[in-house]
Design a protein around this ligand. Structure first.
Ligand code: PLP
Length: 397
């Protein structure tokens, strides 16, 4: 097959895409229309937690597809019941509402916090969020995000999301007033450049929110389900939030997200929340398969080990090239470059021949790594070896 540039004119041009078409994927490998293969350390932005087309997910899709697709969220279905019980059984939460995207789950979290504020806090509605945070692309979640410029792209923005600084508890305290209902953060800021919250900061935040009667909301759309080596990243901090959102990895590649809350906070009344596809059995059946794969004995321990292995390899590469080290949790990591050639490295890696490699640069001086959680150490070695060659190529040009 040949790439025909005019064939893509009917697609909205929302981002600069390379002139290739991906046709097939397996594990850590993607194949394009020419048959060229790519080692994938992006995995759909941390979405394919078991790699491309994992057998568990394919089996679940096939079995469920011939059984029942969608009876409507107004009725119970078995996969969504099963998945909700798994999530509540493994976490500090009591209730789950399934959604289709991370942004939708976060919208639900914002609505739930505002509803709780109406009922318990005299109509308090403000949710303190953080500079450089990312919570999605709906109007409200863009307003909640601390990505520079996002609040003003589609004015008027949604009001009530004052921004504090991550790992600066005083900056949170300074924003609290009697209209404040919650604090929302990513345990590791993903799009912001893989910036983990400090252990002390998260503990202080839990204490502060409890003392002041505020909800603590964790957006685990990127960190959720094993990415950091814990099933849920909040568990790394020894705290228990009131609300958590999940997305990306929980569907192993299919659109599935979740809003989780403790019983005392699950205050939606009938009619407050819903959605046509919410908790449909096709997606939640995949969710059950993904959950069980991650909870299999030794799996999460393996994520921690492979995370350490990747970390060590990145540190070596950093030392060799005079870069500025690496950071992250588990298999969500970043290599901090000594110059702004991240985008050039990403492009050269993709175009590398005979085999390419997919990397991501959320900031010009940073490479982010989000491999499949079952990536092998051989694949990590191969990625590091090629990255070394690609950095040499880019920096000699
Ligand atoms: C990706 C992401 C979202 C948005 O998820 P979508 O499924 O793209 O709507 C929200 N929060 C975080 C932390 C994310 O990484």
């Amino acid at each position: 097959m040949k790439f025909d540039p005019s064939s893509v004119n009917a697609l909205m041009d929302i981002t600069k895409r390379p002139e290739l078409v991906f046709v097939r994927g397996q594990g850590s490998w993607l194949y394009d229309h020419t048959g060229k293969r790519y080692l994938d350390f992006v995995q759909g932005w941390a979405v394919n937690c078991l790699g491309h087309c994992p057998a568990e997910a394919v089996k679940a899709i096939n079995e469920q597809a011939s059984l029942l697709l969608n009876p409507s969220p107004a009725f119970y279905n078995k996969p969504s019941i099963d998945l909700s019980n798994r999530i509540t059984g493994a976490s500090c939460f009591d209730r789950v509402f399934f959604a289709n995207t991370g942004a939708e789950a976060n919208e639900g979290a914002i609505k739930l916090a505002r509803k709780w504020g109406q009922l318990k806090r005299n109509g308090a509605y403000k949710i303190i969020t953080f500079d450089h945070s990312f919570h999605g692309r709906t109007i409200a979640t863009m307003s909640a995000s601390g990505k520079p410029g996002w609040g003003t792209m589609f004015p008027p923005q949604v009001e009530g999301f004052p921004k504090a600084r991550l790992n600066d508890i005083d900056s949170v305290k300074a924003l609290i007033d009697d209209q404040t209902v919650a604090v929302m953060l990513e345990p590791v800021q993903g799009e912001g450049g893989v910036i983990p919250a400090d252990r002390e900061f998260m503990k202080a935040l839990r204490q502060l929110t409890t003392e002041r009667g505020l909800l603590l909301i964790v957006d685990e759309v990127q960190t959720g389900y094993g990415r950091t080596g814990a099933m849920f990243a909040y568990q790394l901090f020894g705290i228990e939030p009131d609300i958590m959102t999940l997305g990306k990895g929980i569907g192993g590649g299919v659109p599935l997200a979740a809003l989780c809350a403790r019983e005392a906070v699950s205050v939606f009344q009938h009619g407050d929340q819903g959605g046509t596809y919410n908790g449909n059995p096709l997606m939640t059946a995949v969710g059950v398969a993904v959950f069980d794969a991650l909870m299999a004995p030794g799996f999460l321990q393996g994520v921690q080990e492979r995370g350490n292995y990747l970390s060590q390899g990145l540190l070596k590469l950093s030392a060799k090239w005079g870069m500025q080290g690496e950071r992250g949790e588990g298999l969500l990591r970043a290599l901090i470059l000594d110059r702004d050639d991240g985008p050039a490295i990403v492009e050269a890696a993709r175009d590398f021949s005979p085999e390419g490699m997919l990397l991501n640069a959320p900031r010009p001086n940073l490479l982010r790594f989000m491999p499949a959680l079952n990536v092998t150490t051989e694949e990590i070695d191969l990625m590091l070896e090629r990255l070394d060659a690609i950095v040499a190529q880019v920096r000699s040009a």
